[in-house]
Design a protein around this ligand. Structure first.
Ligand SMILES: Nc1ncnc2c1ncn2[C@@H]1O[C@H](COP(=O)(O)OP(=O)(O)O)[C@@H](O)[C@H]1O
Ligand SMILES: [Mg+2]
Length: 393
């Protein structure tokens, strides 16, 4: 590998404006989302006529444009409200950051009532609810609440927040509309029937992008992000195909473009070629595996090392075997071991983050029947994983 200087980076002939690759708003608007946009406009229009809409439910896999499109629409609806001199306030809450009913309501209040300072936490539920009702009763406003990544809140705190919002208009003067967005398409499993009836009505689905759609999205983006002729249509098509096969995530597709561009700069190339895409893809895959490993808690690291200890890729294990390896390692690291039961739940966790493949049904029961645990890392990555684990336990 060649040595790089800052001048190499600044004078590279690959990037024009790297930030465009990561911006939430696409440079020339959304592609292939007219149907979803129209549905949302149709459903949200009553808000501009002083009548609240309850419970629009938007869902789709990550990277399908939900957050970006909704935030864009929030801008549009606010503009239109201003033109019509309608009193509308919008509150956007990311529920991966605010996961409880209390913290969600606090976040909404701080946006609806910015004159007052609200703490991020520390208020109990009763006080928060009381203040929420006060704020929503103060004057008759139109309020549009968007709960993004609501699956986090539902999984952790149940559906009380949705139940409350679905009834709110009977209780306060303001007219409160709610949109919920979920990355997890099975989200309705977390919503109790009493709330489902209110939230199940209007569903807008963001399906994964196919390779033609990803092609268009990438092509439009690179016009602004990369220099002219750095990437050909053939190479864009290759990237689009890779990502379409993996779940049609536009963000991942743009990340892969960036990884290719970075390698091109590092190698002082003037073009992104197909073999460079393969390199970039491999190194991204490796990095994501290593990042997952690095973020495991200590005992799960030891456990994973215990799984990797076996030379072969496929382990025929009787449940106790991994545990015996684990006990040995604990001893050599001078760590107090956990029970076999705990370790079994950790194995489920490792299989959920795809570090191992195992039959979860077996992992959940205490039956010690022989089943396979498979590790899908190639030899080089295995060595890196092993090294990382040993140096970080
Ligand atoms: N239809 C589209 N046209 C252009 N860019 C898009 C489109 N859909 C998604 N993107 C881009 O992909 C990235 C991820 O979108 P995002 O809205 O965060 O997805 P989600 O919220 O569904 O996970 C953003 O950079 C966004 O600009
Ligand atoms: Mg999102």
């Amino acid at each position: 590998m060649e040595e790089l200087t800052f001048a190499n980076i600044l004078e590279n002939n690959i990037y024009k404006d790297r930030d465009v690759l990561f911006s939430l708003q696409p440079p020339t608007g959304f592609l292939h989302r007219i149907k979803q946009k129209n549905e949302l406009v149709m459903e949200l229009a009553p808000v501009l006529m002083n009548s609240p809409v309850s419970c629009i439910f938007v869902y789709g896999n990550p990277g399908t444009g939900k957050s970006a499109l909704l935030l864009d629409l929030v801008g549009e609806i606010n503009d239109e409200a201003r033109k019509r001199k309608l009193d509308l306030t919008t509150a956007y809450v990311n529920c991966s950051e605010s996961r409880t009913e209390t913290s969600i309501l606090l976040s909404v209040m701080s946006q609806v009532n910015p004159a007052k300072e609200y703490p991020k936490m520390g208020w109990n539920r009763a006080k928060t609810l009381d203040e929420f009702n006060k704020v929503m009763n103060k004057e008759a406003k139109n309020v549009l609440i968007i709960l993004d990544e609501v699956d986090y809140a539902l999984r952790e705190s149940g559906d009380d927040i949705l139940y409350r919002l679905s009834r709110i208009n009977n209780q306060v003067k303001s007219k409160v509309s709610t949109i919920i967005i979920s990355n997890d398409v099975r989200v309705s499993d977390y919503i109790k029937p009493r709330t489902q009836s209110a939230f199940g009505r209007i569903k807008i689905i963001f399906s994964p992008y196919n390779s033609n759609e990803l092609f268009d999205i990438i092509r439009e983006r690179v016009k602004f992000a990369l220099q002219k002729d750095v990437i050909s249509d053939n190479v864009i098509r290759k990237i689009a195909e890779i990502e379409a096969g993996r779940g049609g995530d536009a963000r991942k597709a743009l990340d892969l473009v960036d990884a290719c561009a970075k390698i091109a700069v590092a190698k002082k190339k003037s073009k992104i070629t197909i073999d460079l895409v393969e390199d970039a893809d491999r190194s991204m895959e490796e990095n994501s595996v290593l990042n997952i490993i690095a973020s495991l808690p200590k005992h799960q690291k030891i456990l994973y090392l215990a799984v990797l200890k076996n030379e072969k890729n496929e382990l025929e294990m009787d449940g106790g075997e991994v545990y015996r390896n684990y006990l040995e390692l604990c001893e050599s690291y001078n760590v107090e071991p956990l029970t076999e039961r705990r370790i079994r739940t950790f194995l489920i966790n490792l299989s959920e983050v795809s570090l191992i493949e195992a039959e979860v049904g077996w992992l959940k029961t205490t039956k010690k029947k022989a089943r396979k645990i498979t590790v899908n890392l190639d030899k080089a990555l295995r060595t890196k994983a092993d090294k990382l684990l040993r140096s970080s336990i």
